[in-house]
Design a binder for this molecule. Structure first.
Ligand code: KMH
Ligand code: ZN
Length: 279
């Protein structure tokens, strides 16, 4: 693990919003552009290097509106130095055409989920042809993918994608293990180690645990030389019986633990170099 690119430090990605939580239930969720930019600045200040972005409309509902995505990318670029990653996952009901159009907003990076998975009571559909099209368009536009892995079979799909369609933009493979989604792989150290055995050679990985998998996955990833994703998309509870105050609280905790592990937070520019994001 210490031999992985960037393993001297820790990439901390913040996923501040997601598509699943309602603003009415979670008033501190950043949903407006203003709230998002403020969150991004606060999170950068305490150690985040990348932001995984879902946007909301004026009613705080998830949207893939291209104008809003473009405006968001521009604002995050001008107000922070964070690597800006847009979600192409959207919400479980979003049509493929809308999800592909996200790439027209030209972010630094975008997510690319490597297969279909049960997602709570819903199905998060990712057909093979759709995955290939995401990969192809990202390479065409110079957008660096982050391959989202919800289950172990999706790592076999990633190998197939790279074998059949070649390396992504930037020439480097970066994976995010999303663990503990009901319907996906469990969020524990044993499963994380099993996933690592299936990673393509030379790939870097981050991991995030959803809900109560948050801390086990965070510790397991740090111990294995991996990077971290944290944020209110994945976790609303800070400790037993204690709600998350804001995203920066989660980033600050991750940064502190990364320092304890002697793998301090990487800067956005270090992350650009590791992931092959154009400057
Ligand atoms: N909202 C989930 C259905 C991604 O951002 O790429 C999918 C998701 C993954 O959050
Ligand atoms: Zn997401």
């Amino acid at each position: 693990a210490p031999g992985r690119p960037g393993a001297h430090g820790t990439l901390i990605t913040v996923a501040p919003t997601g598509a699943e939580h309602a603003k009415a239930d979670v008033p501190t969720l950043p949903v407006t552009l203003d709230e998002l930019v403020r969150t991004a600045r606060d999170c950068e200040h305490v150690g985040a290097a990348m932001i995984h972005v879902h946007v909301r409309d004026d009613q705080a509902r998830p949207t893939l509106d291209l104008g809003r995505l473009r405006e968001t990318v521009a604002a995050l670029r001008s107000e922070t130095n964070l690597v800006v990653q847009l979600s192409t996952g959207g919400a479980v009901t979003d049509p493929e055409a809308d999800r592909l159009r996200v790439l027209d907003a030209l972010p630094d990076s975008a997510s690319c989920t490597m297969g279909t998975v049960n997602f709570g009571d819903d199905v998060f559909l990712n057909r093979w042809e759709f995955i290939v099209e995401l990969h192809r368009r990202m390479r065409e536009r110079g957008i660096v993918p982050e391959y989202e892995i919800f289950d172990l079979g999706q790592l076999a799909a990633l190998r197939r994608l790279l074998d059949e369609h070649g390396l992504p933009a930037g020439g480097h493979v970066h994976v995010d293990l999303v663990m503990g989604v009901p319907g996906g792989m469990p969020g524990d150290a044993e499963t994380l180690v099993a996933a690592l055995r299936l990673l393509p050679e030379g790939a870097t990985f981050s991991a995030t645990g959803v809900g109560r998998a948050t801390l086990p996955v965070l510790f397991a990833s740090l111990a294995a030389g991996g990077h971290l994703r944290v944020g209110m998309e994945d976790t609303l509870s800070y400790a037993r019986g204690e709600r998350v105050r804001d995203n920066a609280q989660l980033v600050a905790r991750a940064a502190g633990l990364a320092r304890v592990a002697q793998r301090p937070p990487l800067t956005p520019d270090e992350v650009r170099e590791i992931l092959g994001v154009r400057l």
